[in-house]
Design a protein around this ligand. Structure first.
Ligand code: ACO
Length: 332
């Protein structure tokens, strides 16, 4: 059995900065409410005509491949996590594959929202462990700003979600490197409607019509309170599960990278684990919640800042729509 490790990490965020002050000019909100409830000061929204999920993921992937020291042609599979693909079909994996000139290799899309990147990483890890593939591109990318409900009903989520892309090259680890120690995946569909978007739905006689658009079915709906309550419990559980599975203590974690759902959730988990500030990486204050992209973007930033050293013990954890939740414990 082989081991896998993250060999390169990259990200891309759109250049358009959306401040809380700007949001308060287009919807009924204000800076104090947003900062107090979410910790977000600004976020990035895509530049129409320039950024797409494919273009952003290509930029992130190129950075990750360059940092891995590999040639693009050495990538032999793509796992792409997104809930906002450029097309309803086909998936975004094939669009990225085409852009990278990797025609012929397999490409798989994952639709597990905020847990999507860890699910994608887990799948890639299994393929590498079995020897089926050697270098897999694992991507999380989203454009959410084009489908935010800016009315009173939607404003509590409209101020949170944002756009961006991150990518990792997961490769067969060299002898002696422990790489990914374990991944842990969970879901509970009983809570599907606490955070969801119906449209476009194939269960309708007509999948899309002006009436369905008018009804708001194409907007995400979130029961913020329920999400918060479940998130704080599941995050803590799944981090502990990863530690227990590997006989590690929380004190041994060098860096915790939680999905950037909401700064209050991250702070709660940090407090519960008793981790000092320098062991938890947050960037939601500047980038908002980019769903499947938050973890690879955060890892890439942490790498650029020199916060990840060879061999460091890194814990990734996520919670999101489904509900789904997941963690990964790995050596950098
Ligand atoms: N600006 C100003 N006021 C607002 C806004 C806004 N953007 N949104 C809601 N309000 C108002 C409401 O209308 C309500 O007013 P009322 O008291 O007069 O009725 C008041 O603020 C409180 O509304 P709640 O919905 O109860 O707000 P709450 O305090 O629960 O905060 C929030 C909402 C931030 C979403 C919170 O529930 C939360 O943090 N939930 C966690 C969900 C989360 O983090 N989701 C992230 C994405 S999911 C994921 O990544 C896992």
């Amino acid at each position: 059995m082989y081991k896998s490790r993250i060999k390169g990490i990259g990200h891309y965020v759109p250049e358009r900065v959306i401040t809380n002050e700007y949001l308060s000019t287009i919807m009924d909100t204000n800076n104090d409410w947003i900062v107090e409830r979410t910790g977000i000061h600004e976020r990035r929204w895509f530049v129409p005509g320039k950024d797409t999920v494919t273009s952003m993921s290509k930029a992130a992937a190129e950075m990750a491949i360059q940092r891995s020291g590999l040639d693009t042609k050495e990538i032999d599979f793509i796992v792409f996590a997104t809930i906002t693909a450029d097309y309803f079909l086909p998936g975004n994996g094939v669009l990225l594959q085409r852009e990278l000139g990797l025609n012929g290799i397999g490409a798989l899309d994952i639709r597990n929202a905020c847990s999507g990147f860890i699910y994608a990483l887990s799948i890639a890890d299994q393929y590498i462990k079995t020897g089926m593939y050697k270098n897999i591109l694992v991507v999380g990318a989203e454009i959410q700003s084009s489908a935010l409900d800016k009315s009173d009903e939607g404003r509590s989520s409209a101020v949170i979600f944002a756009d961006g892309a991150g990518a990792a090259v997961l490769s067969r680890a060299e002898e002696g490197h422990q790489g990914i120690l374990s991944t842990h995946l969970h879901a509970d569909g009983a809570h599907a409607e606490e955070l969801y978007c119906i449209g476009p739905s194939s269960s309708k006689e007509v999948r899309i019509s002006p009436e369905l658009i008018e009804s708001g079915e194409f907007f995400l709906k979130m029961n913020g309170n329920a999400v918060f309550k479940h998130a704080v419990v599941r995050f803590a559980e799944v981090i502990q599960e990863a530690l227990d599975a590997n006989g590690k203590s929380k004190e041994e974690i060098d860096l915790l990278v939680p999905h950037q759902a909401n700064l209050r959730i991250s702070n709660y988990i940090q407090q519960k684990l008793g981790l000092p500030d320098e062991k938890v990486y947050n960037n939601i204050q500047r980038l908002g919640n980019t769903t499947a992209a938050t973890i690879p973007i955060a890892l890439s930033e942490a790498f650029e800042k020199g916060l990840l050293k060879e061999g460091d013990l890194v814990c990734l954890a996520a919670f999101g729509s489904g509900f789904t939740w997941a963690s990964a414990l790995l050596h950098w």
